[in-house]
Design a protein around this ligand. Structure first.
Ligand code: NAD
Length: 306
């Protein structure tokens, strides 16, 4: 069995070493395609792969067509919108993610960006504090839960809304569960976004939802840029000089945001929520273990194209 690690942005060496250990201990062969610059290189590398580990790499119908021996793709990370799930299912390929492995890294970044923003991007002027502010967690999954844990340490009043997570689960963490996204945005001065990008959530963070946020509002996005309706967010920020947008996923309209909203807009230059040594190692090794479990025992625990 051949397991291909195909990463345009490679894992840290220590993570690759860990992946290799898992794969070779199972008696499989590991192949590496790192820092590729052309899709043709990926199409060539997948030809004889039985399993692929990826990060933000795109696995579309063309790649799946080229990968004749492929049984499984594991996205080392949480979001799997870079994989064409319908095409994978049509090719009888199992797709998994590695939930939870990078959540603390993303949560720490979210809180770090909040501090950075309330302290006026460390420009030497007097800012405000997070303590006592109402934080709304939009989606109480792996990242959302870690954000709640850290935010409580800051003394924030923590609220959450999740479309699928039962309220009791949220409340047992000492977090106030609300009934709708609308209620969350109306209640909280700071909202941290953790919804996945799905057909339902794309463009869903819009003017109607954001306009009712309390004075001094701040939206922190460590989820995906696709969930934001950028044109409507720009309109809102033009109308509300008190509104800050802080994101780990650079908007398509980055230049316009930067020019119009200096002092209340910040984007990381490159998505870096999961970019820690710990998350890299955890997600890579989890992906390797999941591949071995699937190929040896048929374990489909983290399958996302059911
Ligand atoms: P997760 O799957 O653990 O949690 C997602 C949560 O969203 C679930 O609890 C689910 O019930 C909820 N949800 C789904 N649809 C919803 C909706 N319409 N309304 C409200 N809640 C909804 O995922 P996670 O690990 O917490 O990650 C969340 C997202 O963050 C990922 O989908 C990914 O896009 C993004 N992410 C970004 C980075 C980064 O580097 N910035 C890293 C990891 C994850």
């Amino acid at each position: 069995m051949k397991v291909l690690v195909a990463t345009e942005k490679p894992f840290a060496k220590v993570a690759v070493d860990g992946i290799r250990k898992e794969i070779e201990a199972a008696g499989y062969e590991l192949a590496l395609l790192e820092k590729y610059t052309d899709k043709a290189q990926l199409l060539d590398a997948v030809k004889d792969a039985n399993a692929i580990i990826i990060r933000s790499d795109i696995i579309d119908a063309e790649v799946l067509d080229a990968a004749k021996e492929l049984k499984i793709v594991v996205r080392a990370g949480a979001g799997y919108d870079n994989v064409d799930l319908a095409a994978a299912t049509a090719h009888n390929v199992c797709v998994m993610n590695t939930p939870g492995q990078n959540s603390n890294a993303v949560a720490e970044l979210a809180l770090g960006m909040m501090v950075y923003a309330v302290r006026n991007f460390y420009n030497g002027t007097s800012g405000t504090e997070l303590m006592g502010k109402k934080l709304g967690i939009h989606a109480y999954g792996n990242v959302g839960r870690n954000v709640a844990r850290i935010a409580k340490g800051f003394g924030m009043e923590v609220y959450a809304y999740d479309a699928f997570c039962p309220k009791e689960v949220i409340e047992k963490d000492g977090v106030k569960a609300l009934d709708s996204a609308e209620e969350l945005y109306k209640t909280c001065q700071v909202v941290s976004l953790h919804i996945p990008a799905t057909a339902e959530t794309k463009n869903s963070i819009n003017y109607a939802l954001l306009k009712d946020m309390p004075k001094g509002a701040m939206l922190v996005n460590t989820a995906r840029k696709e969930v934001i309706n950028e044109a409507e967010l720009i309109k809102l920020m033009e109308e509300r000089a008190d509104f800050k947008y802080i994101t780990d996923i650079m908007p398509a309209a980055n230049a316009e945001f930067a020019e119009k909203f200096a002092g209340r807009y910040f984007s990381t230059p490159k998505k870096m929520g999961a970019q820690t040594a710990e998350a890299n190692i955890n997600a890579g090794i989890a992906a390797a273990k999941q591949i071995v479990g699937f190929l040896k025992d048929g374990c489909e625990k983290f399958r996302v194209n059911k």
